[in-house]
Design a binder for this molecule. Structure first.
Ligand SMILES: [Zn+2]
Length: 185
């Protein structure tokens, strides 16, 4: 139960971070869109599945669910645009957010689970989110280098597999003792 509680708290922290970071989008404002109108069930399910798929390589259901929640929370900026804040909801899809969120989550929860494990979940969930957004046709590139430039960068289709596999590798490495204990059993 305590582990589940930790996963929920970490997911809330990650979501708050994602929403907060999205204010960076005010540096390159764009008219707010009615997100509820265009978010589809496939989009939510896709992000959830891709997040779960990287998380399950910890061989721990709670961690897999946490990765699922993180993967969904990357789109926290949608909340701002829904509330009428003129930001691009994709602004959290940047290298700056990836690095900041990974380091911050790892640091904040270092005594609860370990820096390595929490950072790996954050990094992997982010990568899985990017992977699905490439598949999801509605997405026209990422502002990868914001807040330094808001230019959109398209990633090639093959990077879907590369990003997802990289996420899996991070999780598998951080939780390698779980895999080793499975092998020994
Ligand atoms: Zn997204």
């Amino acid at each position: 139960m305590e582990r589940l509680q930790l996963a929920v708290i970490a997911s809330i922290v990650y979501a708050v971070l994602s929403v907060t970071y999205s204010f960076v989008g005010l540096l390159s404002p764009q008219p707010p869109v009615n997100v509820v109108g265009y978010i589809t069930a496939e989009e939510i399910l896709g992000h959830a599945l891709f997040g779960f798929a990287v998380g399950i390589f910890s061989f721990d259901l709670v961690i897999a669910l946490q990765a699922t929640a993180f993967a969904l929370a990357v789109d926290g900026g949608h909340l701002l645009t829904q509330l009428g804040v003129p930001v691009n909801p994709g602004v959290s899809h940047s290298l700056t957010f990836m690095i900041l969120s990974t380091l911050l989550l790892g640091y904040v929860f270092r005594n609860k689970i370990s820096f390595r494990k929490m950072a790996a979940i954050a990094m992997a969930a982010f990568l899985s989110h990017m992977a699905f957004d490439i598949i999801d046709g509605g997405f026209n590139g990422f502002q990868l280098f914001n807040p330094f430039t808001f230019a959109s960068i398209m990633l090639p289709v093959w990077s879907v597999a590369a990003l997802e596999l990289l996420g899996i590798a991070f999780v598998a490495f951080a939780f390698k003792e779980n895999i080793l204990s499975l092998v020994r059993r």
